[in-house]
Design a protein around this ligand. Structure first.
Ligand code: DI6
Ligand code: FE
Length: 414
């Protein structure tokens, strides 16, 4: 007997090997055993009557079942907010000007350092729940607003605790090289060295699943990033990179050269960078929310990425500055409207390709026997509706590791 069985509806498997759009199986059935997919196929091929096969049978009543969504790039643990900076930008200040004047990331660093671990947890929890309420089952969370070993580890502990409190799988990235903190003003090289020196303790703590960096004029150079990544490799930690968001520093090629899981943003990436990513199997993570908020006009090279066969993921970039975003469904719409992805490409971007961006391609992101039983069930006629609508949530059920849990967007009650 299987633990549970879902049937009588279309299943958008998103599996790479299936020809149908969304890898769909019409009138499908999917069985769960011990949190994993035990059987999957047309319901007509089930080896017996559903009630005899599983302890718990769910009638989809024609609703679509897909993989649970994966948000593979967030900074959702932070103190304070930046609504004041939003107002400054509306008066004409640019994101870079605010950052250079000591605002921006640095103002969030002060608020994050001042917050207790519990306060950070309570601030982050509703943001996470907003994501989950739209069918998200796996979320990546970065540090990067602590910028000292103690404060970075505090952020990473909060991320891990969120994963224990909420029905979601959390993957973490150590982003010590996000900005130069005030006590290192004018001494970026000394700070970079201190981040490199943090790596053994970060690795030892087990709190980080990857190392990330912000390679940009207002942050760290390509050469500095190169040294950081070499040191991360020495600790056995995979890397990913904020690359070419505001200017072309050759970040895409640099990330690919280190076999990065992903290179993210990429608005200013060049052709050599795209080719290097294709060769290395590095995923392109596009962040339409940050593009929109910053009113960027340089589009990421979507056609080049497509032509080179680079997998494209889509994420929220949830952060208090450039992307105060807690809706992955809205990001599907923006990926289509702003970046001209097809709805199917955008959906692959929050499922199969997002899994790969976290190094989880073998176990998550598509519905295949043996993979995690992470599902979303949608009250829709066709999957394009998920990208087409704005501000509408058609989620009907959310299943994480085989367990159904409805998460409301409101503050946590525990
Ligand atoms: N790029 C981003 O979009 C975020 N971090 C980064 O390196 C923005 C972070 C912030 O403004 O707080
Ligand atoms: Fe980011």
């Amino acid at each position: 007997m299987w633990d549970s069985l879902w049937h009588k509806g279309p299943i958008g498997t998103m599996a790479a090997g299936r020809d149908a759009p969304y890898g769909a199986i019409e009138a499908g059935a999917i069985a769960v055993e011990a949190g994993r997919i035990a059987w999957l196929g047309p319901a007509s091929e089930l080896p017996g009557p559903p009630e005899d096969l599983a302890r718990d049978c769910h009638d989809l009543e024609g609703r679509w079942l897909t993989p649970g969504l994966i948000d593979c790039h967030t900074h959702l643990v932070y103190g304070g907010d930046r609504a004041g900076e939003f107002e400054l930008r509306l008066q004409g200040a640019s994101y870079e000007e605010i950052a250079r004047a000591g605002g921006g990331i640095r103002s969030t660093v002060s608020a994050t350092r001042a917050a207790s671990e519990d306060a950070l947890l309570e601030a982050a929890r509703p943001r996470l729940r907003h994501l989950l309420a739209e069918g998200v089952t796996t979320v990546e969370i970065k540090s990067g607003y602590g910028l000292s070993l103690e404060d970075e580890l505090k952020m990473l502990r909060v991320a891990r605790r969120l994963g224990a409190l909420e029905p979601a799988e959390i993957h973490t990235s150590f982003l010590g090289a996000h900005a130069v903190p005030p006590e290192f003003e004018g001494r970026d090289e000394a700070y970079l060295q201190s981040v490199i020196d943090m790596l053994p303790a970060v690795a030892e703590s087990g709190l980080a699943d990857a190392v990330d960096a912000f390679c940009e004029g207002i942050a760290f150079s390509a050469e500095q990033t190169d040294r950081l990544f070499a040191a991360a490799a020495a600790q056995g930690l995979p890397v990913k990179l904020h690359a070419d968001q505001l200017s072309d520093l050759g970040g895409a090629a640099l990330a690919a050269g280190h076999g990065a899981l992903s290179a993210d943003h990429l608005e200013y990436s060049n052709e050599a960078g795209i080719d290097a990513m294709a060769r290395a199997g590095t995923v392109a993570v596009l962040l339409p929310g940050a593009f929109y908020v910053l009113r960027e006009t340089k589009l990421p090279p979507v056609e080049g990425l497509r032509a080179a066969g680079v997998p494209i993921a889509i994420a929220s970039d949830c952060n208090p500055g450039s992307a105060p975003v807690t809706s992955l469904l809205l990001m599907l719409n923006m990926a289509c409207t702003l970046f001209r992805l097809t709805p199917e490409e955008a959906f692959a971007g929050v499922t199969r390709h997002a899994a790969r961006a976290l190094g989880l391609g073998a176990s998550h992101g598509s519905l295949e026997v043996g993979k995690a039983a992470d599902f979303a069930v949608w009250e829709i006629e066709r999957p394009a509706e998920l990208a087409y609508r704005i501000g509408f949530n058609p989620l009907s059920a959310r299943i994480k590791a085989g367990v159904r849990s409805q998460v409301g967007p409101g503050p946590a009650t525990s």
